[in-house]
Design a protein around this ligand. Sequence first.
Ligand SMILES: [Zn+2]
Length: 152
Amino acid sequence: MTQSLLEMAKELVTEQIRKNHVSSDAAQSLLRDTHATLQNLHRMEVASTAPMSTQAPEEDTPDAWKRSITKYTIRCMECGDSFKQLSTRHLRIHDLDARAYRVKYGIPRTQALSSLTATARRRELARQIRPWEKAASMRSTAKNKAKTSAKK
Ligand SMILES: [Zn+2]
């Protein structure tokens, strides 16, 4: 969409130059302005139908890490590699440990650095190993399940 807006802006500006309304010196800034205006118009148009798409690009949002964790993988925010879980051993490559990594990317301390299924499996194992915590663990699993299905 951005590309076609740019094309549109370019055409408009070229038209102005052809008609000698604009010097080629001024064309650059006019192109920028026209493009920005078109972009704003587009944004407003999009905002009225889908508010989510007006959000800033992924890397600029403080919650970018949320997208790095998917059902089967966690993507290292440092190098972009995907793993089942982000090990301390791997983070050491980037001169980080789990704590520093969380701080750097604003990840909550309670967030496991592993894929969603790996996290769920570990929780399940913990439940089996520590039956006295069964009730509490089942409560939180149910809560998570509700959260997951609500998203779908
Ligand atoms: Zn990495």
